[in-house]
Design a protein around this ligand. Structure first.
Ligand SMILES: NC(=O)c1ccc[n+]([C@@H]2O[C@H](COP(=O)([O-])OP(=O)(O)OC[C@H]3O[C@@H](n4cnc5c(N)ncnc54)[C@H](OP(=O)(O)O)[C@@H]3O)[C@@H](O)[C@H]2O)c1
Length: 207
């Protein structure tokens, strides 16, 4: 799959490298090709950074991993997203998000030309995206959004980098809920001190 990764910090650079290893064609999209977050990791992996709209133009799928308050600006900087799938990894944390929006994906939907916006890869730390394998098995990932196509693609990408079960939380009306699930992980890992080597796994009595 041809994937633009916009935001090359903790999450973006980790997903870019993991997805490249899984065989996908990755185009990191940056504001300046001379200096950007994760530069050493991205270049060491042999990935070629491009300006954001150029990376988007070469791709069918866009992973958006900027800070939540930048969601509107970042969405507008993508250029023409008609027909493309956007996977939003962002979270409003501590009330810091895009002004006027309850969650980031709604902001992205309202400021881009695609209706295929889904949330995935937002509910766990980037270290778990680099390595979703624990002694107890592969950890779970969660998705939400109205776009069936977007969720199928996000689920496949999550599987490709080693996540276990994919749980579908529902449609666009669950964008805020899936960010709240991320905030549960953040609270446990950071505020309550359990540490970032921790993940959420659903267990079921019968499958
Ligand atoms: N950290 C985690 O473990 C984690 C896990 C799940 C979800 N998340 C969420 O994922 C998002 C990214 O987190 P992170 O930790 O990867 O952040 P980060 O390391 O601070 O990286 C942020 C990236 O966003 C870029 N950026 C900032 N404003 C932009 C704009 N207006 N247009 C385009 N790019 C812009 C930065 O570009 P420059 O390179 O130019 O500075 C940088 O590459 C956040 O919303 C966070 O809540 C984080």
């Amino acid at each position: 799959m041809k994937i633009a990764v916009i935001g090359t910090g903790n999450v973006g650079s980790t997903l870019a490298i993991a997805l490249q290893k899984a065989g996908h064609q990755i185009h990191p999209g940056v504001r300046s090709t001379k200096s950007f977050s994760g530069m050493d990791k991205i270049l060491a992996a042999g990935l070629g950074p491009r300006l954001i709209a150029d990376a988007v133009g070469l791709s069918d799928v866009i992973i958006l991993s900027t800070p939540a308050p930048a969601a509107v600006d970042a969405a507008r900087e993508l250029g023409d997203t008609t027909g493309k799938v956007i996977i939003d990894t962002m979270n409003v944390v501590g009330g810091r998000g895009p002004a006027g929006y309850e969650n980031t994906a709604t902001a992205v939907l309202e400021n881009t030309r695609t209706t295929d916006v889904v949330k995935c890869f937002n509910t766990t730390g980037y270290e778990n995206m680099a390595n979703p394998q624990y002694a107890q098995g592969a950890i779970d990932m969660f998705i939400a959004g109205d776009s069936k196509r977007g969720k199928e693609i996000a689920a496949r990408l999550a599987k490709d980098i080693g996540f276990g079960e994919l749980y579908d939380l529902g449609g666009n009306d669950k964008f805020t809920l899936i960010e709240q699930l991320a905030n549960v992980w953040i609270d446990l890992a950071i505020m309550q001190g359990y540490g970032r080597d921790m993940a959420i796994k659903i267990i079921r009595r019968s499958v």
